[in-house]
Write a protein that binds this ligand. Structure first.
Ligand code: FE
Ligand code: FE
Ligand code: ZN
Length: 276
């Protein structure tokens, strides 16, 4: 069975996200751990979380995915920005121990002119300071489009970060289909080749989740503008090959397409119908 969901808002609480997911025939979902622009997080209501945990079990949900605020930057040239990101992520990891979710995705960062090598060092150093042997959460580096000074624009850059992480079994990758296409990988005509490259550079065992998005822009555009499924340059045929690929089909897929809830429901139905 296809494990698929979409990005949902935490604003009405944890149970509400579970119910919304059920209402659109999703069996997982992604949520921001706090306001996507950063800032303080709401206290966790244990009762609300317990109700969600039961709902997930009763309905056989696939793993959920938490997403860090996208403004966090572990490799900014500004030390206070790096420190803020580190504190925020350490707090998120603590909070996640109380939630039925053990995948935590984040954007590696933007080196803001320092160069990718410095960025990679700073990201890895910060992660090594934040991560603890007892955490049950796997941290996922998201593949990035390579907009501006984004780090993570190639599988090599992600591998370079992973290589520096001491608690190596707690770091993995989330592949965003819009981002990898924008980064230049040909998932439309050569999905097998791209996945072979991923396997050679990082290892497919390190791939834990897929952000399933179409892209408004051509391959290699480095823009990062998501499109609805089948309405962008990747196209429905390529997306269907992705959800049905033997190396990917067991993974949880998360839609981050520009949709309201009805649009997500339609995309989930479409993709479930096309899943083998
Ligand atoms: Fe993201
Ligand atoms: Fe994404
Ligand atoms: Zn994106």
């Amino acid at each position: 069975m296809l494990n698929i969901g979409c990005h949902l808002s935490l604003s009405d609480g944890y149970e509400a996200m579970g119910k919304t997911a059920l209402s659109i025939n999703a069996n997982t979902f992604q949520f921001f751990t706090r306001n996507p622009r950063g800032g303080s997080a709401k206290a966790i209501d244990a009762k609300d979380v317990e109700i969600l945990s039961n709902l997930l079990k009763q309905n056989n949900f696939a793993p959920l995915l938490a997403h860090a605020p996208y403004t966090l930057n572990l490799c900014s040239s500004a030390p206070e920005t790096r420190l803020f990101a580190k504190e925020m992520m350490a707090d998120d990891l603590k909070r996640l121990e109380k939630l039925p979710c053990n995948l935590y995705n984040f954007h590696p960062g933007s080196h803001t002119g320092q160069g990718a090598e410095t960025g990679i060092e700073q990201i890895a150093t910060a992660l090594n300071e934040i991560m603890t042997p007892n955490q049950s959460t796997i941290i996922l580096l998201e593949t990035m489009a390579g907009k501006g000074s984004e780090v993570g624009r190639s599988f090599y850059e992600l591998r370079a970060i992973i290589d520096r992480i001491k608690l190596n079994d707690k770091i993995s990758v989330c592949l965003d289909t819009c981002h990898v296409s924008d980064a230049g990988y040909d998932i439309i005509n050569d999905l097998d080749g791209v996945l072979t490259e991923f396997d050679n550079v990082i290892g497919l065992d390190k791939l834990k989740a897929i952000h399933l998005n179409d892209s408004l822009n051509e391959r290699g555009a480095h823009k990062d503008r998501h499109a609805k499924i089948g309405e962008g340059k990747i196209g429905l045929d390529a997306i269907v090959r992705i959800i049905n690929h033997p190396a990917l089909k067991h993974l949880p897929f998360f839609l981050e397409t520009p949709n309201e809830i009805d649009g997500y429901a339609n995309e989930i139905k479409l993709l479930r119908d096309l899943a083998k």
